[in-house]
Design a binder for this molecule. Structure first.
Ligand code: ATP
Length: 320
């Protein structure tokens, strides 16, 4: 379907014969793929005997739609879209093992086994959210990888802000919240030895068109459509996040990253409850160190360092 969609995307009339010749498939095969595109929600006009014309595209994650006007150098090259996978992180990890390159992007319209941190489930219903994983092969020491997890959250927050105008903020370490509720969860997985990082898979699940959440997360979750009051494009959101990923990489190189992260932080300076394994304590989120560690000042004045991965941080007054 991708080749036919690419041929139709400019919006001009394209003859079935021409497509069958250039793609090396029969006219019937062309017709079947056009039918499949129509079933997926594409409005395609049959122009007499002349051919087909694309009138309107639905908001689905398909490679030609993402690539058109993406405008990035490395992020999203190539882009591979799936209708349904268990987890885009798992798919991309396998591709990384098989040699996929820096910037490879995997997207899915539905995810059946999405995971948050510590193996917790992540809801990705069909066509209403974005399941995305970006492959990085960074030339940094393993000790700095935690920073990439913060960097991923800045890229998503910036992308969301650019597309929607919503005040997207980061709940440490890397949940994206809008108006106090979570719109996106991020999970980084990596393969590294003591000296170097082989690859990092940066995964994000963004709630876009979800209008109702299950009971358990109704109080803490929201979506871009709910916050904007109108439908937000998943395709444009992915593109904006990829552009923001490249901008964020520049910030990391130029040493301006931490100050930008702080601007987006919903946690800094706030009273927090840190829920670690076997222990919960409260305090004020005082700062975030260069390596991504959160420094919390407890009520007794003691400074405690909190590492991402071990804990959930909640606001004392609510989720953030
Ligand atoms: P916190 O527990 O503070 O939300 P966390 O970073 O520990 O943050 P993650 O592991 O990233 O949480 O995400 C998993 C949790 O997110 C699940 O346990 C569930 O409560 C919630 N969740 C699952 N799917 C969604 C979704 N689509 N939108 C918002 N929240 C979700």
């Amino acid at each position: 379907m991708d080749e036919i969609l690419t041929a139709l995307l400019p919006g001009e009339v394209v003859s079935g014969e021409k497509m069958s010749e250039s793609l090396g498939i029969t006219r019937t095969a062309v017709w079947k793929k056009v039918t499949a595109l129509r079933e997926r929600g594409f409005e395609i006009e049959s122009v007499g005997r002349k051919g087909y014309r694309l009138i309107r595209s639905p908001d689905v994650l398909m490679a030609p739609l993402i690539s058109a006007g993406l405008g990035t150098k490395w992020a999203g090259h190539p882009v591979i879209c799936h209708e349904c996978v268990d987890s885009t992180n798992r798919v991309l990890k396998q591709m990384a093992i098989n040699g996929a390159g820096h910037g490879t992007l995997v997207l899915a319209n539905e995810q059946t086994g999405g995971r948050g941190r510590r193996g917790r489930g992540w809801l990705t219903p069909k066509d209403t959210s974005i399941a995305m994983s970006l492959l990085l092969r960074p030339e940094i020491p393993p000790a700095r990888v935690a920073l990439l997890s913060l960097a991923a959250s800045v890229a998503v927050a910036k992308g969301i802000e650019q597309v929607t105008g919503l005040p997207a903020r980061i709940k440490w370490p890397n949940d994206i919240v809008v108006n106090g509720k979570k719109v996106c969860g991020i999970l980084l997985e990596m393969e590294a030895n003591e000296q170097s990082v082989s690859y990092v898979v940066a995964g994000a699940g963004i709630n876009v068109h979800i209008l109702e959440f299950p009971e358990e997360i109704r109080e803490t979750a929201t979506s871009l459509d709910l916050e904007c009051g109108h439908p937000v494009s998943r395709v444009k959101t992915v593109q904006a996040v990829m552009r923001a990923a490249e901008e964020t990489e520049q910030m990391l190189r130029q040493g301006t990253f931490m100050s930008v992260y702080e601007q987006y932080s919903a946690t800094m300076g706030r009273p927090v409850s840190v829920q670690a394994v076997g222990e919960t304590f409260t305090g004020t989120a005082e700062r975030i160190k260069e390596d991504g560690v959160l420094v919390v000042r407890t009520a007794s004045g003691e400074l405690r360092e909190v590492m991402a991965g071990d804990v959930s941080v909640r606001g004392l007054m609510g989720y953030v």
